[in-house]
Ligand binder design. Sequence first.
Ligand SMILES: Nc1ncnc2c1ncn2[C@@H]1O[C@H](COP(=O)(O)OP(=O)(O)OP(=O)(O)O)[C@@H](O)[C@H]1O
Ligand SMILES: *[C@@H]1O[C@H](CO)[C@@H](O)[C@H](O)[C@H]1NC(C)=O
Ligand SMILES: *[C@@H]1O[C@H](CO)[C@@H](O)[C@H](O)[C@H]1NC(C)=O
Length: 423
Amino acid sequence: MARASRLSLYVTIYLFLCLLANLTLVVMFLGGQQHRQHPQARPPPTPTWTPSSGQTLGCGELPVISNLTLIGSGWTKAVYKGWYGSSWVAVKTVHTSGHDMTECNAEVNVCYRRCAEKLMQEAQMLHKLSHNNVIKVFGKCMPKVEYSPGPPKSGVVAVVVELGRPVRVVEVLQMDYEARLQLAMDVGKILKLLAHSPLGPVLMKDFRREQFVIVDGSLKLSDVDDVVVGDPYCTSAKDCVIQDTTKDAILTSVPCDRGLCRGYNSLLNSIYASQHFMRLLIPYGGPAALEKASLHLVDQQVQGKLDSEHLHYAIEALVHNYSVGGYLTNNEKQEIQNFVVFHGSTVEGEDFPCLRTDGSNCIQSVSSPAEGASLCSQLPTCSAFVLMDQWVWTGRQIAVFKMGATKVMENKRHTLYVRRGQG
Ligand SMILES: Nc1ncnc2c1ncn2[C@@H]1O[C@H](COP(=O)(O)OP(=O)(O)OP(=O)(O)O)[C@@H](O)[C@H]1O
Ligand SMILES: *[C@@H]1O[C@H](CO)[C@@H](O)[C@H](O)[C@H]1NC(C)=O
Ligand SMILES: *[C@@H]1O[C@H](CO)[C@@H](O)[C@H](O)[C@H]1NC(C)=O
């Protein structure tokens, strides 16, 4: 067959490969692989693997991953969710109908191999960056056989990683302040890691929310196939300027020091993070007294005045301020004197209908009994509040506000504060 017509046949096949077909192919392959490896058609034993077992998965384990469903795809990769052992995992493989494959001018197997190499390099990069805020790699498979079009009978390249959820703006905006603050803290940790990675300063050229996922409320870096290791080379100061997003003004610059733009990657990652994360995460929903400081922080970051290290430090300081109620005024702290404390007591019912306008929940965390008293005092109909035996990650305690304190009950784990002259 002429090469040109063979190529066009390939192209036609790829154009018809929709995402669903992609899934079918992987499932078909996995079924085939299983069959080949177990000629007696004996199903593989149920694996006892857990994410923390430290046992690395390879090509042999891939067929055992069940219940595969497509959960995301980009230019290079298709990402599946699957069940292995007793856990859900994510399986990254080449997106055979993705941009990198369809826009590739070489032979299909050459293109596939390129994408596969990219996937393997990414697995290696994730491994080298190994950190709580970087997706864990559980294993990888790079079959030796060449790829050929059609159902991938000769093998699929795959990297098995920790499963996360995409970062959706709507969901982020609906989170409570504390959950968002935790993501902000993770952004700080990730930026610090990238600035001081074992490989040197790493720049995320394509810094978008899509490069991250959320696992158990923590933000984790998941896509590192478009990064640069090392600050850029320079011969003069003008090589080290950072332009604003529209590229028509100089935003800031770092010094050209012994041939390198020192701190360039750290600063640029921080600027990107301000636009894609911090703006969404910290300014709103917290104590009003922290709003101005938070907006200022984001502003400084947008303008390139905070490199990754300084940003990390600023977020830690913000979280600390929030945890200890550093934003309370002396007057606010005095309100506690208008309350009588009953240790080991609680009030049944009579919950305050709503403290804030943004939710029907009248439960919120406080940094101290004084803050509870201050909040209660601001509400004419608040008669009491109860500190419960629940704490959030910031160390703040959960308080429930009460309209009355008529049904006082014993509860060893609660502390009741009743407002004088009320309830
Ligand atoms: N570990 C994971 N858990 C859950 N979802 C993931 C995971 N990794 C990636 N995804 C989802 O799959 C999508 C595509 O993955 P990824 O970004 O790695 O592909 P890509 O081809 O490199 O994309 P692009 O190059 O276009 O950014 C992501 O946007 C994300 O929503
Ligand atoms: C996987 O799919 C099978 C068949 O649809 C189903 O019975 C099983 O419960 C699924 N497993 C998990 C962990 O969801
Ligand atoms: C907390 O933030 C407020 C408001 O920005 C500021 O006035 C106060 O000094 C900060 N306190 C601490 C302990 O950081």
